[in-house]
Design a protein around this ligand. Structure first.
Ligand SMILES: Nc1ncnc2c1ncn2[C@@H]1O[C@H](COP(=O)(O)OP(=O)(O)OP(=O)(O)O)[C@@H](O)[C@H]1O
Ligand SMILES: [Mg+2]
Length: 245
């Protein structure tokens, strides 16, 4: 079982859209996939029309008491652990002295026989939870809008890796919500895509992705050969090639 975190400290860069669409693509490729919605705002859970059970909470998550709270989605090979409102206090529940740096990995370990792949849809934070996510994941996929502030978040992520002793080759960035008509986007992509840190696949700004708020489905489940669906398939192939599975 591999753990893939979709993480960026910056908000609104496409983490949830990426988590939902890549998890769907992985499951369509036959991998037993679990998507853990770690954001108390619960956007991934919303897209799959799934609500958490009332008695679930962040303490249970960190104790690895997870299995009975996992729900099936409408799609084969794709399950979801919905977010819970209590996750907003996750940083307080993470106790440096009591828990391993890889607390999330330990919590998910009992599921190793059931799933090939676990996606973590992460909240936009740069906190102790972020450290735990980065230390626990096998691979960190980071959406970067081709703008200065998003690039700054990426720099901060690399700095955090260094600080907590995590190998920065775990980080795989890609350009997200890219717009051809914006010269800053084109310049930034042109300048940085040659670095190994960046995957070649670019996810453009697409109305189909925005419409997920209405369809409440992964883009590939709405139309399997759409531009958006093919873009996420290309990103998925690259994630695979980079040695995840
Ligand atoms: N490629 C895209 N094209 C157009 N709209 C997009 C794209 N990716 C994401 N969006 C839209 O941008 C908004 C933010 O996306 P998303 O929720 O995936 O970001 P996020 O990084 O998870 O945000 P948060 O930090 O709040 O969790 C949403 O309304 C989403 O529909
Ligand atoms: Mg999100």
């Amino acid at each position: 079982m591999k753990i893939l975190a979709v993480y960026c400290s910056k908000g609104g860069v496409g983490k949830t859209a990426t988590s939902v669409n890549l998890a769907y693509t992985a499951s369509q490729n036959g991998l037993a996939t679990l998507l853990c919605d770690l954001d108390p705002q619960g956007a991934s859970s919303y897209y799959f029309r799934i609500r958490p059970k009332k008695n679930f909470n962040s303490k249970k998550l960190l104790e690895g008491n997870i299995r009975k709270y996992i729900r099936a989605t409408d799609f084969d090979d794709l399950d979801l652990l919905p977010a819970h409102f209590s996750y907003r206090n996750m940083d307080l529940k993470l106790d440096r002295k009591k828990q391993e740096a890889t607390a999330l990995r330990e919590a998910l370990a009992p599921l190793a026989e059931e799933y090939d792949l676990v996606f973590l849809d992460c909240p936009p934070n740069l906190t102790l939870l972020s450290e735990t996510i980065i230390a626990s994941a096998d691979m960190v996929v980071t959406p970067v809008i081709p703008t200065t502030l998003s690039m700054l978040s990426l720099e901060q992520l690399l700095k955090l890796c260094k600080k907590i002793g995590v190998d920065k080759t775990k980080i795989h960035a890609f350009f997200s919500m890219a717009e051809k008509r914006k010269s800053m986007h084109l310049d930034t992509i042109g300048k940085y895509r040659k670095y190994k840190l960046f995957m070649k696949a670019v996810i453009p700004y697409m109305a189909e992705v925005e419409k997920m708020g209405i369809t409440r489905k992964p883009v590939g489940a709405v139309r399997s050969r759409s531009v958006a669906s093919l873009a996420y398939e290309r990103l998925w192939k690259e994630v695979e090639q980079r040695g995840l599975v």
